[in-house]
Ligand binder design. Structure first.
Ligand code: SF4
Length: 362
């Protein structure tokens, strides 16, 4: 089996049916992380996973969608506050703290992963963030920049796309749960004053981005939306017709009993579509792959497993499965796996603003 270590994961290309079957067993559990990097931050010597990402948690305003599966609404039993609830109020304090946090981790090779709530919903915050990153760029080592977005602000605020292009974003991951706008709305629940909920606006946006920003379409598999192989093929055909070259289909994370059974956790449990049946329909084995599909390779990360395919030799399709418990186990290893800068001034190795604190920067 060909094995290539990339900055963020391991890429494996099995040559036989047995090798693919072996990879599909245990999945992320087979990942061997590279040696961590040591750095002193805020007076403490810490270990960081190679290739980790930094997220300035985007919660300047509440999200303008209400996805039924939104991970920001999941609550672990020992957490007292949901990450998303404390919005950024004082931009001067926030950006001064963020600058100190970024300078404190100077020297680490990191990826920028812009997510949290909806970063494009508040253009003043996003443009100021991009200005700060541009100013600090000579000191920082971002080897990749990705924006995760529902596209809403890109439709409404004409300044954002040129600013993201100028900031050299490698790609935007655009979420859409279905090709039918009513079905999509039944899952994502955009505020009705957000034009992007309509396909006409969304499709126009996607077409307009080509040549400016690379678009990867992200679709969460749900029983209310995309769940069968026919649904998947229709979705990929639709994305392809808009010029999208890469589509990722994600399984809702496997939760365990460390999460409170709130409305979101219950919805996730009831509507989760497991990825295995789809994988076995597309490629029951390495040598027997469904018509129009070509198996390319698999990737293993510290809490996820992906299979990459080419569909009709035109669109790369990635099927992804991940595990929150595996993510939390990695977080407990003493090695920082992921950095999140929160609106309370804490830089954390966790999505919880009070857990795994690396330093406080307000
Ligand atoms: S767009 Fe993202 S942040 Fe907003 S509700 Fe959906 S999943 Fe949550």
């Amino acid at each position: 089996m060909e094995i290539i270590e990339t900055p963020r994961n391991t890429r494996l290309t099995p040559a036989t049916d047995e090798q693919l079957a072996y990879l599909r067993q245990d999945k992320w559990a087979k990942y061997t992380p590279p040696s961590p990097t040591a750095l002193e931050v805020a007076g403490k010597k810490m270990l960081f996973r190679e290739g980790l990402t930094f997220t300035p948690f985007a919660n300047a305003v509440a999200c303008n969608a209400h996805c039924r599966f939104c991970s920001e609404e999941l609550q672990r039993k020992h957490d007292h506050e949901l990450t998303a609830e404390r919005l950024i109020t004082d931009y001067d304090v926030y950006f001064a703290g963020l600058e100190r946090a970024l300078l404190a981790i100077k020297g680490l090779r990191i990826g920028l992963s812009l997510s949290g709530l909806e970063a494009t919903a508040e253009p003043v915050w996003l443009l100021r963030l991009l200005d700060l990153l541009a100013r600090l760029e000579p000191c920082l080592q971002f080897d990749e920049k990705v924006l995760y977005t529902n596209g809403s602000g890109l439709v409404k605020h004409s300044t954002l796309v040129p600013a993201l292009q100028k900031a050299n974003f490698d790609r935007i991951e655009l979420s859409r749960c279905h090709y039918d706008q009513a079905t999509n709305q039944n899952i994502m629940y955009f505020n009705r004053n957000e034009p992007v909920w309509q396909n006409e606006q969304y499709e126009q946006l996607v077409r307009s981005l080509h040549g400016t920003l690379f678009v990867k379409n992200s679709c969460i598999l749900t029983q209310k939306g995309i769940q069968t192989i026919e649904d998947v093929e229709n979705y990929v055909e639709w994305a392809g017709s808009l010029g999208v070259q890469e589509v990722v289909l994600r399984e809702l994370s496997r939760l365990d009993d460390t999460y409170l059974p709130n409305k979101t956790a219950q919805w996730v449990a009831q509507n989760r579509v497991p990825i295995e049946p789809l994988l076995y329909e597309i490629a029951p084995t390495r040598s027997a792959v469904r018509k129009n599909w070509t198996y390319l390779y698999s990737t293993l990360g510290y809490y996820y497993y992906n299979e990459h395919y080419a569909y009709r030799d035109q669109t790369e399709v990635i099927l992804e499965t991940s595990s929150y418990p595996a993510l939390m186990r990695a977080n407990e290893s003493g090695i920082i796996q992921k950095m999140v800068f929160h609106s309370n001034g804490n830089l954390c190795g966790d999505w919880n603003p009070n857990a795994n604190i690396i330093g406080h920067f307000f």
